[in-house]
Each structure stands twice: as structure tokens, then as C-alpha cells.
Design a protein around this ligand. Sequence first.
Ligand SMILES: [Zn+2]
Length: 157
Amino acid sequence: MKAALWNRDRRKADALLERAREHCVAELPAHLEKCPVHALGTYPNNNWERLHAKSFKEQGLDFVSGRAEAQVRERTKPRFRVPGAWREENLEGKAVLRSIIADGRWARFRQSYLRTRRDHSRAAFQERIERAVAEGRIRPLAVGNGALLRQAVPLSA
Ligand SMILES: [Zn+2]
């Protein structure tokens, strides 16, 4: 089928679909919304005039395969079918998160993200404290093992 679509051989694609239809079952399993064989025929039928991957490749043009398109659609559909989801500034971040979730890497990503944010927050906090000390707004306190613990004690209270 892939070769038939790649070469835009409609006759071969239709013949393959016809052969596949012989394997359709009379009653769909409960977890399927529609017959996979018929769904397989829908995509080329609806998109035939846009299926030019081979020619795009020959011309060195960028293109997205139907398979990649389907993956993106499947992974993003639940989150992108809400108001505001298609604002350009929201797209890339959401797409990345959806693929992380779909790959089963969410827990690891979340842990790593939180660690990074925590480190960033600590560094930003330390910076603010040091600036306040440098500007004489608070005084530093010396504590064990040589580290300086900055304490927010207003000098002019
Ligand atoms: Zn069928």
C-alpha cells in the first residue's frame, strides 16, 4: 500500500483495498469505532490530490508523511480541540508535552523539570538576597561550614 501511495498508483491502491476488504469482519470488536480496513481507504480517498510525497522528495521539498500526520493527530487531538489551543504561541510547547506523554516519559520529564525549576528558583532567590545585602537592605549571617546564610532582616526597621 505504501508503495502504491508513494507512486500515486491509484489502480494498485484500490486493488489492495479491495483485497483487504475480503478480511472485514461482520461485527466490529467493541474497542473499535470503525472498520480499520475502511478507515485505511478513507485517507487516500480524502487526500489523493495532496499525496505527492515522491515528487516532493525528488524536488528536495519538505513534506509530512501520512503516518507522521496520523501520529501527530492522534497524540494532539485531546488537547488541541479546546478553545485557544491553536494560538501559535501555545502549539510547540503543547506538541512536545503530548509526545512526552504518548511516549510514556511523563513521570521522568516531570521530575527532571521540577528539579530544574527548583534549582533555578534557588539560584534566583540567592541572587536576590545577595543583591539586597550588596545594597545594604539586609545583613548577612555567617553559619556553619563556611557557608553564608542570608537572612532577610531589614536594617532600618
Ligand atoms: Zn470493513
